[in-house]
Design a protein around this ligand. Sequence first.
Ligand SMILES: Cc1cc2nc3c(=O)[nH]c(=O)nc-3n(C[C@H](O)[C@H](O)[C@H](O)COP(=O)(O)O)c2cc1C
Length: 178
Amino acid sequence: MKVIAISGSLRSASFNTALLKACADLAPAGMELTLADISGIPLDNGDDQANGFPASVTSLADQIRSADAILIATPEYNYSIPGVLKNALDWLSRVENQPFDNKPVGIMGAAMGALGTARAQYHLRQVFIFLNGRMMNRPEAFVGTAHQKFDANGTLTDQSTREFLAKYMVSFEEWANG
Ligand SMILES: Cc1cc2nc3c(=O)[nH]c(=O)nc-3n(C[C@H](O)[C@H](O)[C@H](O)COP(=O)(O)O)c2cc1C
């Protein structure tokens, strides 16, 4: 199974990017996670869309179309999803043969607060109603107090979170195949 993983953070020390890397490590045999790059996507501007879509958008759209499933880790910014993630989704939503249509999508997130991006994830689910992604409802994955669960290299050191994620990835595979 080919999975494209999208982090909603551009930070080099991002907990959410680190979370996706942990998912890649813990994924069941046969599942291959590729981290997408949204850092080169410009700010959406309808004028630019009229001149054609940037390669950073069309190549990500191609990656998504050819994947079996998508896994998104979103930070929470002011109780919602960060602008960089929303901007990427807004661009992708305008591409012909919209890539998320009916695509299996899992979402998760990491934050230093206790709620672990719950509020942002519910906003992300709302966005995907229009994008018509096939969203995995359960299990949900909220990684709170992330600063206590990853080391300085971004390795997920918290054992119970590792065990949870390994189970999550098995559920994700079964659900996406179902
Ligand atoms: C503009 C901004 C708004 C934030 N708002 C929230 C918030 O609403 N809830 C929360 O739990 N953390 C909030 N945070 C803290 C983020 O959870 C924290 O910076 C986290 O590390 C971001 O994810 P990343 O490590 O993947 O970059 C905010 C951070 C920033 C920069």
